[in-house]
Design a protein around this ligand. Structure first.
Ligand SMILES: [Ca+2]
Ligand SMILES: [Ca+2]
Length: 598
């Protein structure tokens, strides 16, 4: 981190002076350069591919066409863009995980430096990639992985500003170049250069890149998952309409979540075994628990959330009673209700959070006012105080039938545009949570910033939101894409629905597409699962006398029990052909999960 700060300060000075420059710390040594023949751009006018690892997304794909690669040659045409993102020299890529750039030089040559020129313009949602991964090959089959190079410019730099992120000093003979670039919101790129010489003076390529095995889902019921198999998101918060206590749960509200109930609301079985409590983001006073909307939250707002959670007749108190009743009525005494509590986001624009460490000085979390290091220190004070406060209140309540197993990071992306050290806060908060005996969970939205670094950032489990339910133009292959990305990166898949599923048939089908994918991609039985609902959608479905509405609840129950049956078979057949035809891959996946279980 210290190293990163140094580089950052140096490069920032250059950035403010204006113009383009090479990333500090990666530039070639002038002395070495002098001894070599002049380098030329070997990639100039060479054909390439620049594609997503998944099928094109029908929601984001057409949107990125506004900044398409005209003729498919713009990245090797030698033409660079200026600082305006509207400059036609830029190729824009939008979401969909990452892109792999593959180039064939035609024959083996000596590669020295591989340079990627990118733009950042935060106001327009255009970000530098956090890092770029470089590989080369002589025959296109055996690859040498050259490592990742991080963006040298601070992620908080508003821009518009350009930089070249380069892997330098390669000095190896190769014919093929592959570059993986994460795309978080917009990636704007105008040129990729491979500097070198048309000879074989460089070193011989030594392959070292083994295919990365899929990491598998976070195993259902595992210690890492806090023992949870299926958790439901439970929001609590202020509601300006009637009934004003709408966003809160009584014992009766919890009944169809703790237990599976029949149409007469009689308990038949247990249902969810995990309950994730989160604050409803907007507050009546204009503050917001999220990172940027509304006014920044303070200590009183954090306490307000806990005050709601620890009430007797609602939330935790109500859940404890609901579980107690269900256990008394149903025979299975082995059922345990496991609780996960959200940590609201300590905002980087809060100058006066309130005193949490008893020294009489209010904590200043404002990055712009106190700087990155001080803000990190103060924000960490806040998350530690909050975790302590949860335990203090939890112990005082002595819940007979609840177990506190995990904390949840409320912000759904790593906010490097707000603080370059946001991941450090997450990591150190996770360490603290574990030191107190709990696990640390996260549910980033669709390919949100930091999604594939969740493990490095100190989470025990992470699930990705497909957001298929909310992106009107997305096709059902969206859930399949997210399931594949999740599986490859050790994550689970969030299942999403809102009240629209009750009354709108096409939205209902969207919900069922998640359940279908869960069966097809096997996260139904194997993975820790989390269900997002619009406050009490499943409660409404359980109580409904309309068969189509009630069916939502019944199918959800089937899914939780691992007995959900696919309904729209044709659609799934199509996926199956595309995605799951590699039987060998599936066998390996089974073995991998067998190992995890040990
Ligand atoms: Ca170009
Ligand atoms: Ca203080």
């Amino acid at each position: 981190m210290t190293k990163r700060s140094h580089v950052t300060a140096f490069v920032l000075a250059l950035a403010l002076a204006g113009g383009t420059f090479s990333a500090a710390g990666t530039a070639a040594q002038p002395t070495a350069q002098a001894a070599q023949p002049p380098l030329e751009n070997l990639a100039l006018h060479k054909p390439y591919t620049f594609e997503t690892p998944y099928p094109r997304d029908s929601h984001f794909g057409p949107m990125e066409d506004a900044h398409a690669d005209e003729g498919g040659r713009q990245l090797t045409d030698g033409v660079f863009g200026g600082l305006a993102f509207s400059d036609k020299a830029y190729v824009g890529k939008l979401w969909q995980g990452y892109r792999t750039f593959k180039l064939d030089l035609g024959k083996p040559m000596t590669i020295q430096d591989i340079k990627v020129s990118v733009l950042q313009d935060v106001a327009n949602g255009i970000y530098f990639p956090e890092e770029i991964a470089y590989s080369i090959s002589e025959n296109g089959k055996a690859w040498r992985y050259l490592g990742e190079v991080k963006s040298a410019l601070p992620t908080t730099e508003k821009g518009p500003v350009k930089q070249t992120i380069a892997k330098t000093g390669v000095n190896t003979v190769a014919r093929y170049v592959a570059i993986d670039i994460p795309v978080e919101t917009w990636l704007f790129i105008d040129e990729i250069e491979v500097m070198g010489t048309r000879d074989r003076s460089g070193g011989k390529l030594k392959p070292n890149k083994a295919p990365k095995p899929p990491q598998g889902y976070p195993r259902a019921g595992s210690r890492q998952a806090g023992g949870i198999r299926n958790e439901v998101l439970i929001y609590t918060g202020e509601w300006q309409y009637q009934p004003s206590d709408w966003i809160s749960f009584t014992k009766e509200d919890f009944k169809p979540y703790v237990s599976y109930v029949n149409r007469d609301m009689k308990r038949k079985d247990f249902m969810f075994d995990g309950f994730l409590f989160l604050p409803y983001a907007p507050l009546m006073d204009g503050a917001n628990y999220g990172p940027t909307a509304g006014k920044p939250t303070n200590k009183a707002h954090f306490e307000q959330f806990l005050d709601r959670l620890f009430r007797d007749g609602y939330e935790l108190g109500a859940l404890n009673e609901a579980v107690k009743e269900a256990k008394a009525e149903l025979r299975n005494k082995r059922y345990e209700a496991k609780v996960v509590i959200a940590i609201p986001y300590p905002r980087t624009d809060q100058s006066d959070f309130g005193d949490v460490d008893g020294d009489g000085i209010s904590e200043n979390l404002n990055v712009k006012e106190v700087g990155e290091a001080e803000a990190l220190k103060n924000r960490l004070k806040v998350t530690k105080w909050y975790v302590d406060e949860v335990y203090k209140r939890w112990r005082a309540k002595r819940y007979s039938d609840l177990e506190l197993v995990a904390f949840y990071w409320y912000n759904e992306y790593i906010a490097h545009q707000l603080s370059a050290l946001d991941h450090q806060l997450v990591k150190q908060t996770g360490d603290y949570v574990r030191s107190r005996g709990a696990r640390f969970q996260w549910i980033p939205y669709y390919f949100a910033r930091g999604w594939n670094d969740w493990k490095d950032y100190g989470f025990d489990t992470a699930l990705m939101q497909p957001n298929y339910f909310f992106h009107a133009n997305a096709g059902p292959d969206r859930v399949s894409t997210i399931a594949q990305a999740a599986y490859a990166n050790g994550m689970g898949v969030e299942i999403e629905l809102s009240d629209e599923a009750l009354t709108n048939e096409s939205m209902r089908s969207r919900y069922y597409a998640y359940l279908d994918a869960g069966k097809e991609h096997r996260f139904m039985n194997r993975s820790l699962n989390a269900f997002y609902q619009q406050v009490k959608t499943l409660w409404k479905a359980a109580r409904s006398d309309k068969p189509a509405e009630r069916e939502i609840y019944d199918r959800t129950y089937q899914f939780i029990k691992g007995r959900y049956n696919i309904t729209n078979a044709q659609e799934l057949d199509a996926w199956q052909d595309e995605v799951w035809q590699d039987e060998v891959w599936q066998d390996e996946a089974w073995q991998l999960e067998g190992q995890e279980a040990e």
